[in-house]
Design a protein around this ligand. Structure first.
Ligand SMILES: Nc1nc2c(ncn2[C@@H]2O[C@H](COP(=O)(O)OP(=O)(O)OP(=O)(O)O)[C@@H](O)[C@H]2O)c(=O)[nH]1
Ligand SMILES: [Mg+2]
Ligand SMILES: [Zn+2]
Length: 340
């Protein structure tokens, strides 16, 4: 069903190439020409990944294709297709990943994304920690975080939550939307224009509802939340990419309970610019702002110039990122050894 509707929209949207609607641009064309070399291959973008099969959009349409590459692939990846087989993954501009809650390893969520929409329903408590973690993942990916607070119609006044989110994650952009009242949707649409956005958040937060609204098509299944605790039922089960009218693409994803940090510890500084600014004045450049003498960050907290929860959040996430880095190093060492 979705297959057909994507193709139909391709024709409406793209007079030049069906792939333009998917974000194909001259820079990708250059990268593709270099990667492909002399081989007869065509470019495509991964719109769905079901473990074994990949669904790929090419200039000929959207198809399920087998893959013959020794690399992990994510929705949003640009690939090379030869004789109906995916033979290469183009170098990524950005990559959203997290710590796999079951395996404790890296899990790829989406590739070549510009914006990570962190979707939270106002029908349940909005947790600072979740937003800080998701923001960190976005920075690690090389994408802009955008907090989307949904279901504004279910609360009296969302302003307090917005203030709290902004205090907990300074510098992060926040939009408030209500689907039944059609509030905030145009603002959101405007921010996502011509970009690749992935929506992440808990089950029942309203991700698929937004995808349907923004794509102006009933492409993604949605499900009721449980009465009482507003928990969702994990309606979406795979990551999938849809076209936005007017340009841009949106990736819907299954609800995630835990947002485990996996990535470059440098992303922590990008997410905590307030802490990082004070840290420049610490006596030690690798100061952990714990018990070190001459710590400018702790001094700023004492003087009330930096909120203590920000320092605590920094400490928790910096430790988690450092741990993930150690684990990533171990894994890559083990892989290299087993290849020998
Ligand atoms: N009142 C209200 N309900 C909303 C709003 N947005 C979404 N919902 C409802 O919230 C429920 C869950 O929406 P979904 O879009 O399926 O949530 P999801 O985030 O995709 O959930 P998973 O696929 O399980 O991860 C549905 O019953 C929606 O109709 C909103 O702005 N206001
Ligand atoms: Mg969904
Ligand atoms: Zn310090």
């Amino acid at each position: 069903m979705w297959n057909r509707s994507l193709q139909a929209r391709d024709r409406d949207l793209s007079p030049t190439s069906a792939l333009d609607a998917y974000g194909w641009d001259p820079t990708w064309a250059t990268v593709f020409a270099e990667e492909r070399g002399a081989a007869a291959a065509a470019p495509g973008r991964v719109v769905r990944h079901d473990g074994v099969a990949l669904t790929v959009a090419t200039a000929d349409g959207v198809d399920q294709l087998p893959m013959r590459v020794d690399a992990s692939v994510a929705v949003g990846d640009w690939v090379a297709v030869a004789d109906g087989v995916v033979v290469a993954v183009l170098p990524r501009r950005s990559l959203l990943r997290r710590r796999d809650p079951d395996k404790g390893t890296e899990q790829l969520l989406a590739a070549n994304v510009d914006v990570v929409g962190v979707v939270c329903g106002l029908d349940r408590p909005v947790k600072d920690g979740r937003i800080q973690r998701a923001t960190l993942l976005a920075h690690d990916a090389g994408a802009d975080p955008l907090v989307v607070l949904t279901k504004a119609d279910l609360v009296d006044d969302p302003r307090q939550v917005v203030t709290d989110v902004e205090a907990g994650s300074p510098g992060v952009e926040v939009v408030v939307v209500s689907v039944p009242e059609a509030k905030g949707i145009d603002d959101l649409r405007h921010r996502l224009l011509a970009r690749t956005v992935v929506l992440i958040g808990e089950s029942g937060a309203g991700k698929s509802t937004l995808v349907n609204l923004l794509s102006r098509d009933d492409v993604a299944a949605t499900g009721e939340v449980r009465r009482g605790d507003s928990k969702g039922r994990h309606t979406t089960t795979s990551r999938e990419l849809y076209l936005l009218p007017g340009g841009g693409v949106i990736i819907d994803s299954p609800g995630i309970r835990s947002v485990g940090v996996w990535g470059d510890p440098a992303a922590v500084a990008a997410s905590f610019t307030d802490v990082a600014e004070w840290a420049e004045h610490c006596r030690f450049s690798d100061c952990l702002h714990a018990t070190e003498p001459g710590c400018a960050v702790r001094d700023a907290v004492e003087r009330g110039e930096l909120a203590r929860p920000r320092l605590e959040a920094w400490q928790a996430l910096a430790a988690e990122a450092a741990e993930a880095e150690v684990r990533a190093t171990e894994i890559s060492r083990r892989r290299k050894r087993s290849r020998r």
